[in-house]
Design a binder for this molecule. Sequence first.
Ligand code: TXA
Ligand code: MG
Length: 307
Amino acid sequence: MVSEAELRHAAELLRAGRLVAFPTETVYGLGANALDAAAVDRIFSAKGRPAASPLIVHVDSVEMAKTLVLDWPDRADLLASHFWPGPLTLVLPKQACIPGRVTGGLNSVGLRMPSHPMALALIRAAGVPIAAPSANRFTQLSPTTAEHVRAALGKAADLVLDGGPSMVGIESTVLSLTDNVARLLRPGMVSQAQIEAVIGPIALGDDAGARSASPGLHPQHYQPRTPLYLGSPPTEGEGVYLWRHSRLEAAKSVQMPDDAGPYGAILYGTLHQLDAEGWDYIAVEIPPDGVEWAGIRDRLQRASRRR
Ligand code: TXA
Ligand code: MG
């Protein structure tokens, strides 16, 4: 954990336009002052991220969120009261104070109040909203420990705060509230069913046109360096099989948790570790169909090589 002095230093760096990587409950973020276009530019260079890919802005309260959007609708209030602080990002029409650099030129902004105490303390100490994508290079696997961040970004982050392993383990659910019907742009551990229990039926992001509604969603994303196969392992090479129910012949097999929550919590950490071990492939047993697995299925599909 960090000291008060380190937190104050991190907040000063952010106010001075520098980059601070910090823990959240989903994955580690690479943060900059969201109101400072030049600081936000540094995020894009550090990650090698295309400028059209919008960033999520992290807030410490609903009050701060309201200062960043044109309108805070009732359903945003309902969702925030159920899921904030936590792994749900709400996309709403933005205020002019948010530079276009943050949103990839879109008129909307993705907002999230994280639950990790160090993330909340950092936003409070900085006194400004913090724009932060996952703290990895573009298309690579997201970091769930400070060590992952250091390995991926090196000196590109001015400071890395260590808050232990991220407990949710995959990126937040992204929900757009810019149209009459709310639309799920990225599945995550806050599931469609949980959202619908609060605001009624929502649309799903893989409908026609939805890809352009969330330009940050690239089909090849979240990839380990080792070729990853979803389903049965390839016939050549020495590899690893991640299984839940049926164990298969492989040089190494790793039993994964049965439930989506604990599975998501260790997925990226496991992939980072196996990547470091240098196998020919990582094969993963196809996860179940339930809505609570949608985020995990999505990340594994993006991580996998087409065969
Ligand atoms: O859990 C998370 O969301 C982590 C932590 C650090 O908060 N952040 C994260 O950021 O995963 P990033 O940049 O890797 O992913 C941002 C996602 C992208 O899919 C992007 O398209 C979507 O959020 N997004 C952000 N702003 C948007 C907007 N205005 N309209 C549509 N999609 C947006
Ligand atoms: Mg990312």
